[in-house]
Design a protein around this ligand. Sequence first.
Ligand SMILES: NC(=O)C1=CN([C@@H]2O[C@H](COP(=O)(O)OP(=O)(O)OC[C@H]3O[C@@H](n4cnc5c(N)ncnc54)[C@H](OP(=O)(O)O)[C@@H]3O)[C@@H](O)[C@H]2O)C=CC1
Ligand SMILES: CC(C)(CO)C(=O)C(=O)O
Length: 312
Amino acid sequence: MKITVLGAGGMGSRFALMLHRAGNEVTLVDGWQANIDAIRKDGLQADFNGERVTAKLPIYSPAEIDRIGDQADLIIVFTKSNQLTTMFDAVRPIINAETYVLCLLNGIGHEDVLEKYVAKDHLLLGITMWTAGMTGPGHVTLVGNGNVELQNFAPAGKNFAQQVVQVFDDAGLNATYSDNVKYAIWRKACVNGTLNSLCALLACNIGELGKTHGIEGLLKAIIAEFAAVGAHEGLQLDQAEIYQHVAATFTSDIADHYPSMYQDLVINHRKTEIDFINGTVWRKGEQYGVPTPDCQLLTQLIQMKEALVKAK
Ligand SMILES: NC(=O)C1=CN([C@@H]2O[C@H](COP(=O)(O)OP(=O)(O)OC[C@H]3O[C@@H](n4cnc5c(N)ncnc54)[C@H](OP(=O)(O)O)[C@@H]3O)[C@@H](O)[C@H]2O)C=CC1
Ligand SMILES: CC(C)(CO)C(=O)C(=O)O
């Protein structure tokens, strides 16, 4: 399949590399000049489960978009949530009536932005539990296992969504077709609304968070807020199952992972995705008259820390 990946950060690089190794034709688009320069010079370099891997992939900045030749069958978006609009404004020329767009970003509500650029029946949504971290321009560390769940946003996209599942599966990405991607997105948001915000604030990895005193009660309280707000949007989140899903990460092969929000806030002093996770639940809770004190506090603490580190 001909695939363009928007955002050659940790996750974009993981998917690009695995899809390239499986024989797909992959092109990257990224806005970080040092990253572009490094990938053009030495290829995309990965520490891939302990093995040093290099992939020579074409990469363009959003300003160079008219240099990309044939249109892709599939565009996978892996920018940060707050970069979506800027990226899609820039890449409009490579989206035509045939192009499908798949969004696997963490966070709730990205379809509201994407619908402005892509027809509903060419939009695919999903989640991933794969992990990644950038160790420098053009260099990523990829360890552990993960999965992908995805679904077409409108019924007409189903055949293509199933083809993408097959292509991802062939690349070892462990993909499944979801019958209810909205549920999957909220379930994943519960993972990020607990692990990402807490690990970023406590400056620890997932395994270390799991060993902290009182963590079980706190996770359950946060998940209960997601469930109470989700209920106003027609979702019946299974809180016990979601708690087990989150707690299972504490002793899984992603236990050593520092969540992406930690990477943003603590390492890179970049703005986090809090507004799209706990912040969205707080905002929607106010709208529906549902109290969300934990999500509010976590959002405010992350925002305060962003200001203290002058996050950009
Ligand atoms: N990392 C993870 O383990 C996981 C992440 N996700 C989700 O995937 C999406 C993408 O996240 P992720 O791959 O972690 O994002 P990254 O921070 O690794 O990369 C995203 C973009 O940020 C910019 N960037 C990254 N690092 C720097 C830097 N040091 N200096 C300047 N610019 C930089 C680049 O674009 P630009 O220059 O245009 O800003 C890059 O394309 C997010 O929604 C995230 O929540 C989901 C599952 C796991
Ligand atoms: C891997 C995981 C689930 C950790 O919270 C994630 O989504 C992230 O790092 O953003």
